[in-house]
Ligand binder design. Structure first.
Ligand SMILES: *[C@@H]1O[C@H](CO)[C@@H](O)[C@H](O)[C@H]1NC(C)=O
Ligand SMILES: *[C@@H]1O[C@H](CO)[C@@H](O)[C@H](O)[C@H]1NC(C)=O
Ligand SMILES: *[C@@H]1O[C@H](CO)[C@@H](O)[C@H](O)[C@H]1NC(C)=O
Ligand SMILES: *[C@@H]1O[C@H](CO)[C@@H](O)[C@H](O)[C@H]1NC(C)=O
Ligand SMILES: *[C@@H]1O[C@H](CO)[C@@H](O)[C@H](O)[C@H]1NC(C)=O
Ligand SMILES: *[C@@H]1O[C@H](CO)[C@@H](O)[C@H](O)[C@H]1NC(C)=O
Ligand SMILES: *[C@@H]1O[C@H](CO)[C@@H](O)[C@H](O)[C@H]1NC(C)=O
Length: 471
């Protein structure tokens, strides 16, 4: 135990010593041959920088300088060729090349040395040219930088709020720096809007491009998917879900997806932003090219803007193969009373993909047989149920593209209340009949199931003798 601690102490000590030595040692950062912090060149002049270090070197240069405008020559140098040298050449410097040139170690880019290069042209005092305005976002309690950098270190400028309100540097809140532009230390609402920088050289006024300062708001109004909350798909299918966020103008949002296959890089996303007159629309479309079983689960589209978050979810079910599962809902024989306003014949049907459903009555397409039959979803509805509706109903379910078929036949019994036929025709009073004569009384009745007939005799309250009841 003691030994272990001692060893560790020694390791720690060695580590500290080694680090110290390295930092003190020469070439802890690469070294440039130019010793000043800045360099002022004229337009069309050649910029030449030499850098030397202990490891492989790389360069970082201003974004206005394209890679193919730079020549870099690497070599080994030093007495025993123990060092790495790199020479950077820009043969025709242009004003937009103004900026920081950094020489750094390739494996540890934070170990670097830099020099700021101005490429001057009295006709072009501003680095950033171009007509199209640049959008800047102001954040409360954060300095606002209007990056109208200049091509000569001694250029003095004024900041102008459009159209003509000038602001001069005051060394307190409005700070000028030729390498940065204007910094507004604590910007107020006054700084929202279009600004530009202006300078007068040899009696000529030069203006920078326009900078639009926006104060971003973070009001997400709504977030929705272009699908329902549950998505069904087959293994191998392509899944494409479009998540839309609407937000107030000037709002910036981040849209991210969370889903089961996110870490296995199974999906890709693409984004779009649309500006409407009254609001912003942000789209983020998730695509999974080939669904696997492992892709089933919860898909969450999360939209954040500053402190605000809104999200929307959908469940994805992945089936191995297409299927039809068909069962009667209430047994295979159903009973209904004639005269009922409507009756629904429904099934338990599960299938994927969506099947075609056809109802037959006694072997013929139901809807073509009678105008009282209509489909509602997968059910068949019979309006004003009549005795003739009794029969065999067959539902055919098919998914033709996958060659899947199933059918199910149900029997409908229509009960009819007993009716006495004689009641329908006007009743004829048999009148008086001779005593002792034989009389036949008729009662015709119909119903489903067949009715049971019973005769009852009521003695006549007034004159005459009643006829003997006869069944
Ligand atoms: C820089 O070079 C270009 C191309 O040769 C030339 O047209 C331009 O006049 C030069 N500018 C200056 C300031 O010398
Ligand atoms: C900038 O101005 C200072 C002081 O006026 C001067 O010493 C310096 O040479 C000027 N720099 C350039 C590059 O002209
Ligand atoms: C600034 O612009 C306004 C409107 O365009 C004009 O009335 C005013 O005279 C201008 N002020 C200056 C100092 O140019
Ligand atoms: C995404 O869905 C929205 C509706 O939710 C639609 O307006 C928009 O056009 C869709 N975007 C794409 C790229 O399909
Ligand atoms: C949702 O949007 C994507 C992308 O626009 C589209 O490919 C997909 O078919 C849409 N889904 C639905 C159910 O509309
Ligand atoms: C979006 O996310 C990035 C990186 O996580 C963050 O820097 C940025 O501030 C976020 N933007 C908004 C509007 O929330
Ligand atoms: C219903 O299915 C059976 C076998 O499952 C088949 O023999 C019969 O022909 C089918 N009926 C119809 C009308 O398709």
């Amino acid at each position: 135990m003691m030994n272990l601690i001692l060893i560790c102490l020694l390791c720690g000590l060695y580590g500290v010593l080694a680090k110290d030595k390295e930092q003190k040692g020469k070439y802890s950062v690469p070294i440039l041959d130019v010793k000043t912090r800045q360099l002022v060149l004229d337009i069309n002049q050649t910029l030449l920088l030499n850098c030397r270090g202990r490891w492989e070197l790389s360069w970082a240069f201003p974004s206005g300088l394209a890679t193919d405008q730079v020549r870099v020559e690497k070599s080994r140098c030093g007495r025993t060729r123990q060092h790495y040298c790199s020479r950077l050449t820009v043969s025709r410097s242009q004003t937009q090349h103004t900026g920081q040139f950094r020489c750094r170690y390739e494996h540890k880019t934070q170990r670097q040395t830099f020099i700021y290069v101005f490429v001057t042209d009295s006709q072009q005092p501003f680095v950033d040219q171009g007509m199209n305005p640049h959008v800047l976002y102001m954040r409360e309690k954060h300095p606002l930088i209007i990056p109208c950098r200049v091509t000569h270190p001694n250029v003095t400028t004024t900041l102008v709020k459009f159209p003509n309100h000038s602001l001069s540097p005051d060394h307190r809140n409005i700070i000028w720096n030729s390498k940065q532009g204007f910094t507004i230390r604590t910007p107020t609402f006054y700084y929202i809007g279009p600004f530009f920088c202006q300078t007068i050289t040899d009696g000529v006024t030069h203006k920078s491009r326009i900078y639009f300062v926006h104060r971003p708001v973070s009001n997400i109004m709504d977030v929705y998917l272009n699908t329902s909350g549950s998505i069904e798909a087959l293994k191998g299918d392509r899944l494409v879900v479009n998540c839309t966020a609407t937000a107030e103008l000037n709002t910036r949002v981040n849209i991210t997806w969370d889903y089961p296959g996110k870490n296995s890089n199974g999906g890709s996303t693409s984004k779009r932003i649309l500006k409407h007159q009254t609001h912003m629309l942000f789209y983020n479309i998730l695509t999974i090219p080939k669904l696997q079983r492992s892709d089933r689960g919860l898909y969450t589209c999360r939209v954040t803007s500053g402190e605000n978050t809104k999200q929307v979810k959908a469940t994805v079910t992945v089936y191995d193969r297409p299927f039809i599962r068909l069962k009667p809902r209430h047994g295979s024989v159903m009973e209904v009373q004639a005269g009922q306003k409507s009756y629904r014949i429904s099934l338990k049907l599960q299938a994927f993909p969506a099947p075609e459903v056809i109802w037959l009555k006694d072997g013929m397409v139901a809807a073509e047989q009678c105008s009282r039959y209509r489909m509602d979803g997968n059910s068949l509805i019979i309006r004003d149920v009549a005795e003739e509706d009794a029969g065999k109903y067959t539902v055919l379910v098919r998914i033709q593209e996958h060659g899947l078929y199933q059918n199910l036949t149900l029997t409908l019994v229509v009960n009819v209340s007993p009716q006495i036929g004689e009641k329908a025709v006007s009743l004829q009073d048999p009148g008086s009949v001779p005593r002792g004569s034989r009389q036949v009384l008729h009662c015709t009745s119909h119903g489903v199931p067949p009715p049971h007939i019973q005769w009852l005799w009521h003695p006549c309250p007034s004159k005459g003798l009643p006829a003997a009841p006869q069944a």
